[in-house]
Design a protein around this ligand. Structure first.
Ligand SMILES: Cc1ncc(COP(=O)(O)O)c(C=O)c1O
Length: 380
């Protein structure tokens, strides 16, 4: 049986062939521990350091500003909890926004139990944070601003450089969760002016369970994991060599082909969008900013329909994500769509289609036909 067309690249990505090839020796025979001083430790140690350089090159930082982690969630935890702990004597207030991933929002919630205050800023109808709101929220005790680079559900990209300029002028550290952006758009930590930035490997064709945290040299969050001192003491534990090698290669190829990948993804995303608008007219509406948006992300609300019902109809042919979840007799709309103030009759029928490097025009045209037929069948 043919597999459904994969339009959930924001959920996760397949492994790039180059990533598989780079990892293979470390699966097959380079099993050594990078900390070993004997022969078997040499190749793994060199491979980890090469990967560090590959990640650093993509983000435009020094290799020793990169710490490998288990993924986006850990990177966010390290950045936020680490700064809260390290700056405890200076203040206890963090600013974030209402459409962050749970890997930021839940960290803030956990810190609140420890006496850290958080301000969760609103977003506008397109999902944008207003830098003026950030400025107003700053207090003498603010120690960290954490605003995502791009949103996973609707793709809206935040004015991070503007917000970080504000943070710097007040001497406040700034973190951005770039899990969805790295590999899809240019992410340059110097141009952004951020102190900490999170990367998730499985969003850019590397395996699940590996990521990175950029920590600017001048910033000192508390250590994440205590032990034998790997990762220069930031994160103890024997390195996940296999996947770190995969992440390094994923970053290298992302950097080489960034512009052509952007135009490929944007072309296909817009082809799907236009096709569905042509077929369904004002039964469907875009969520997220029309321009300031990841080039691969299309969040569409289908008026009056339930997202889970559409997914049931299309599930054998197309893999996409819902913006609302059905429980026995209620529909729970995602916190992102709620925060953006998307009308319930659109929000409950929202699907996220996210294309990737491997997506083809033929797949997009088939997906369009399948979605159009399902929406019409359900009365949309
Ligand atoms: C914006 C954002 N941040 C963080 C994460 C978590 O990353 P990971 O799955 O690597 O823990 C995700 C994953 O969906 C994400 O989209």
């Amino acid at each position: 049986m043919a597999r459904p067309i994969y339009l959930d690249y924001n959920g996760t990505t397949p492994h790039a062939p180059e990533v598989i090839a780079a990892m293979r020796p470390f699966l097959e025979h380079e099993f050594g521990n990078p900390s070993s001083s004997h022969w078997y430790g040499i190749a793994p140690k060199q491979a980890v350091e090469k990967a560090r350089q590959q990640v650093a090159r993509l983000l435009n930082c020094a290799a020793d500003e990169i710490v490998f982690t288990s993924g986006g969630t850990e990177s966010n935890n390290h950045a936020i909890k680490g700064m809260a702990a390290a700056l405890r004597d200076r203040g206890n207030h963090i600013i974030t926004c209402s459409i962050e991933h749970p890997a930021v929002l839940e960290v803030c919630r956990a810190l609140e139990a420890d006496g850290v205050a958080t301000t969760c800023l609103p977003v506008d109808h397109d999902g944008l944070v207003d830098p003026a709101d950030v400025e107003k929220a700053i207090r003498p005790e603010t120690i960290l601003i954490s605003i995502m680079h791009s949103n996973n559900e609707v793709g809206t990209m935040q004015p991070v450089a503007e917000i970080s300029a504000l943070a710097r002028s007040r001497g406040i550290a700034i973190h951005t969760d770039a899990a969805q952006s790295v590999g899809k758009v240019a992410v340059d930590v110097r141009a952004l002016g951020v102190d900490l930035l999170s990367v998730a490997g499985h969003k850019l064709y590397a395996p699940k369970g590996v990521g990175a945290l950029y920590i600017r040299k001048s910033v000192q969050p508390a250590k994440f994991c205590h032990g034998a001192g790997q990762e220069r003491g930031w994160r103890a534990g024997t390195e996940n060599v296999l996947e770190i090698v995969g992440l390094g290669m994923a970053c290298e190829i992302a950097g080489e082909n960034l512009e052509s990948n952007i135009s490929h993804m944007q072309g296909l995303r817009d082809r799907l969008h236009q096709g569905l608008v042509d077929d369904l007219g004002d039964t469907c509406a875009l969520n997220g900013h029309p321009e300031k948006r990841l080039p691969n992300t299309l969040s569409l609300g289908f008026k009056g329909l339930a997202a889970t019902r559409i997914l049931e109809e299309i599930g054998l042919d197309v893999a996409a994500s819902p913006g609302a979840a059905c429980h026995s007799d209620t529909v729970e709309i995602s916190h992102v769509l709620q925060a953006m103030g998307i009308d319930r009759q659109w929000a409950m029928g929202t699907l996220r289609f996210s294309v990737g490097r491997m997506t083809t025009a033929e797949e997009i045209d088939r997906a369009r036909a399948v979605v159009t037929a399902a929406v019409r069948k359900l009365g949309g």
